[in-house]
Ligand binder design. Structure first.
Ligand code: TPP
Length: 340
């Protein structure tokens, strides 16, 4: 678990820097939420189905998504499973039971209730885990998803990452309830709050939640208390709306990685030398993954219009004609590395 937390932190640092260098169009880190990502993933089995928001790439990393697969998605190249049609960080893997990230917030919650209900009908020994932030709970889909799962008794773990912020909106302006767990209870869902920066606590809670969700065929809500240490994304500067001292306190004093490291070191399972070797190794692998992804061709223009309709409708054909004419007329305005 510790190694994967370091892999996530390293991946975030380097991909973030690559965005700043103009090599990626967008990025978003999970800084401060590494324990939530990795410890919750470790408590599941590969058969459990994950519906993510966007700040949980560590779950995918834990399941075996390679650094190359991450880099290919970020660069939107031919090896990307979405064929470059999604913004960076919209990862997904059919093989690893991880639904593709969707930009519109909270759509994954009613979907999770449905997926969990299908597991119930098939009598599977598995559950669904759906992740979301505190801000997402203000969407109507949050309420629909919880109520649907409660009434249908669907085996789903609603995992809320309460990190205090929804871009620039603090939780104090988001809701007047005492957090999210109480909302789960109002829907008749057993709910528990956990310290999201304590990897062992997150692991224990999700492990127990999984067993109960499957054995009793009912939903459970977990509210993990944490802090979004990073800016919301590369499109944001959070020092404009919160104080730097607060961010630094969480980055250093309350880091879930430092906390877990102290525990494994005290137990004699980890030493400074392991740390140096691991960080060096992962750093090299991430850099190689970006360089490799940059060399792969982009998907052809025609891929923009495929994979949705059996027969492409006339309005899309019209759009395709329009974009091809535009490229011919204004070639300098379009990327040169996309085969047309
Ligand atoms: C339906 C919808 N409304 C607004 C947005 C714009 N938006 C993107 S992320 C975000 C904040 C979400 O905050 P939260 O759920 O707390 O997650 P966090 O970013 O803190 O992990 C907003 C408002 C969106 N993507 N979809």
């Amino acid at each position: 678990m510790y190694s994967t937390m370091i892999a996530l932190e390293t991946m975030d640092t380097i991909f973030y820097e690559a965005q700043r260098q103009g090599r990626l169009s967008f990025y978003l880190t999970s800084t401060g939420e590494e324990a939530i990502n990795i410890a919750s993933a470790a408590a599941l089995t590969p058969q459990d189905i994950v519906l993510p928001q966007y700040r949980e790439p560590g779950v995918l990393l834990w399941r075996g998504f390679t650094l190359q697969e991450f880099a290919d998605q970020l660069l939107g190249n031919k090896a990307d499973y979405g064929k470059g049609r999604q913004m960076p960080i919209h990862y997904g893997s059919n093989k690893l039971n991880y639904f593709t990230v969707s930009s519109p917030l909270t759509t994954q919650l009613p979907q999770a209730a449905g997926v969990a209900y299908s597991l119930k009908m098939d009598k599977k020994d598995a559950c669904v885990v759906v992740y979301f932030g505190d801000g997402s709970t203000s969407e109507g889909d949050f309420h629909a998803g919880l109520n649907f799962a409660a009434v249908m008794e669907a085996p789903v773990i609603f995992f809320c990452r309460n990190n205090g912020w929804a871009i620039s909106t603090p939780v104090t302006e988001q809701f007047r309830s005492d957090g999210i767990a109480i909302k789960g209870q109002a829907y008749g869902i057993r709910s528990i709050r956990v310290d999201g920066n304590d990897a062992l606590a997150v692991y224990s809670v999700v492990r127990a939640a999984r067993q109960k969700a499957i054995k009793e065929q009912r939903p459970i809500l977990v509210e993990a208390m944490t802090y979004r240490v990073s800016h919301h994304s590369t499109s944001d500067d959070s020092t404009k709306y919160r104080c730097v001292k607060e961010i630094e306190q969480w980055r250093t004093g309350k880091s879930p990685i430092t906390r877990f490291r102290k525990w494994i070191q005290r137990n004699g399972w980890w030493a400074d030398q392991n740390e140096t070797e691991l960080r060096g190794n992962i750093r090299r692998q991430v850099v190689e993954a970006i360089q490799g992804a940059e060399k792969v061709e982009k998907p052809p223009l025609a891929d923009l219009f495929g994979d949705v309709y059996d027969k492409i409708p006339s309005n899309l054909l019209e759009q395709e004609r329009f974009i091809r004419e535009n490229i011919k007329r204004y070639p300098k305005e379009y990327p040169t590395d996309v085969p047309i």
